[in-house]
Design a protein around this ligand. Structure first.
Ligand SMILES: Cc1cc2nc3c(=O)[nH]c(=O)nc-3n(C[C@H](O)[C@H](O)[C@H](O)COP(=O)(O)OP(=O)(O)OC[C@H]3O[C@@H](n4cnc5c(N)ncnc54)[C@H](O)[C@@H]3O)c2cc1C
Length: 390
């Protein structure tokens, strides 16, 4: 026989553990459920997390949870100070971005242990399935619970989001290696744009030590053609004109895969007793694929709204507007920018023209979902008839 819980959080990633901690600290009886046997494992992330002042530039109106501000050193693998962007031409541009690279295995366990210390019950190795307002649990812990509030923080393939009627939006398909013995610039996180290596997305090198890095590609299915994503990553490592010299002699220690929502917020964030937070809600910046900060801000708001609702001081229906106030504009703008660069994503010449026309600070602004006052007009002339054809 399962205990009674007021709030059930499905998914112990950054969104879910934050929601559980906040709701439990406010006095709610909370259960945090994850199907993973070991919370945080397997890792499906690069862990790139801008420092607090950068996050304030990214989401100026959001209240950052303390866990996003003070991250224990044991959860930080490395720090970078630069972001370097490689257009297809290889002529790179860089700008300062102070960032931590977190060890998601340690960080997710840290967040879940904080939720536990705040009073949440934690159920690993347990799958939750929504059935007529109840949660059916199976695995290590089994049974059925009927909490007043369910927070769906169950990641990019969220069943709870689907059950609320949200369609499956476009996803970035990612594969990432942890590599050792690479010859990288340990101060710089690098993004590489090219239709040959990362169609519809980008490839990245995120340093985790002086000679170690997460190296990945994130692509979109609609751009992929017949290419296979693992082959693209191998091609990037072995053949990319600028990256292969840094990576070719390295060794792969781990392979990680995962999906990243690429269409911005889902339409319905709240329905009856259900709230969605993090990847489950599409809370990922479409310009960068970064989702950790938004997931944690959304988790905080979900935990607050859930506990206030139990005390009678808020309605669950307030949740979507609180999310909009925190980072709605920035998230929407990131999707608009993604649409604006859609044409350039199909053509290396256009991507070169676009990134060539923007200065480093303007590229930084675009990554932060700010639209520059003068957006460069780039057109693909390759399909227009030339003077000879006329
Ligand atoms: C390869 C890759 C690299 C990335 N790199 C970065 C990066 O460098 N920086 C960044 O900011 N973002 C990055 N992201 C995105 C980032 O990982 C996500 O945005 C972030 O993890 C979202 O947190 P979340 O809590 O919403 O979801 P998740 O971290 O996905 O957690 C969801 C949890 O729900 C659990 N779950 C799912 N269904 C059930 C169920 N039915 N029952 C019980 N449990 C369930 C899962 O086991 C999982 O633990 C990357 C993503 C990928 C795939």
């Amino acid at each position: 026989m399962m205990e009674e819980f007021q709030v059930a959080v499905v998914g112990a990633g950054p969104a879910g553990s934050t929601a559980a901690e906040v709701a439990a600290l406010a006095g709610a009886k909370v259960v945090l459920i994850d199907r993973k046997s070991e919370i945080g494992t397997p890792v499906q992330c690069g862990g790139f997390l801008p420092e607090v002042h950068e996050l304030k530039g990214l989401m100026p109106r959001a209240r950052l949870p303390a866990t996003l501000v003070e991250i224990p050193e044991r959860c930080v693998l490395h720090r970078t100070s630069l972001q370097r962007i490689y257009p297809p031409s290889g002529r790179s541009k860089e700008f300062p971005v102070a960032a931590r690279v977190v060890d998601r295995r340690a960080f997710d366990r840290h967040l879940a242990s904080r939720a536990a210390r705040a009073g949440s019950r934690v159920l690993p190795a347990t799958r939750a399935r929504l059935d007529s307002g109840r949660l059916l649990l199976s695995g290590r812990f089994s049974g059925s619970i009927a909490p007043q509030v369910i927070v769906g923080a169950d990641g990019p393939s969220s069943d709870i989001s689907r059950s609320m009627g949200n369609p499956k939006g476009e996803m970035g398909i990612c594969i990432e290696y942890e590599m050792a013995d690479v010859e990288i610039d340990a101060a710089a996180a690098e993004m590489y744009f090219s239709t040959r290596y990362a169609p519809g997305g980008y490839a990245w090198i995120i340093p985790i030590a002086n000679d170690m890095a997460f190296v990945g590609v994130g692509v979109r299915a609609s751009y992929l053609g017949r290419a296979k994503v693992p082959d693209l990553l191998d091609r990037f490592v072995k053949e990319h004109p600028q990256a292969s010299g840094k990576l070719r002699r390295g060794e792969v220690l781990a392979v990680m895969r995962g999906l990243v929502p690429a269409s911005g917020s889902v339409g319905s964030l709240q329905k009856e007793g259900l709230l969605l937070a993090g990847d489950a809600a599409g809370h990922v910046m479409a310009t960068s694929g970064g989702g950790i900060p938004l997931a944690m801000v959304a988790g905080r708001i979900a935990g607050e709204v859930a506990s206030e609702h139990l005390k009678g001081s808020a309605m669950l229906a307030e949740y979507p507007s609180r999310i909009r106030d925190a980072f709605g504009k920035e998230l929407e703008r990131s999707v608009r920018i993604k649409k604006m660069v859609e044409v350039a994503m199909h053509s290396d010449r256009l991507m070169d023209a676009l990134l060539g026309a923007l200065g480093p600070q303007q590229i930084k602004a675009v990554m932060r979902a700010q639209i520059p006052a003068a957006w460069p007009k780039v057109r693909d002339h390759s399909e227009e008839p030339s003077a000879d054809d006329r």
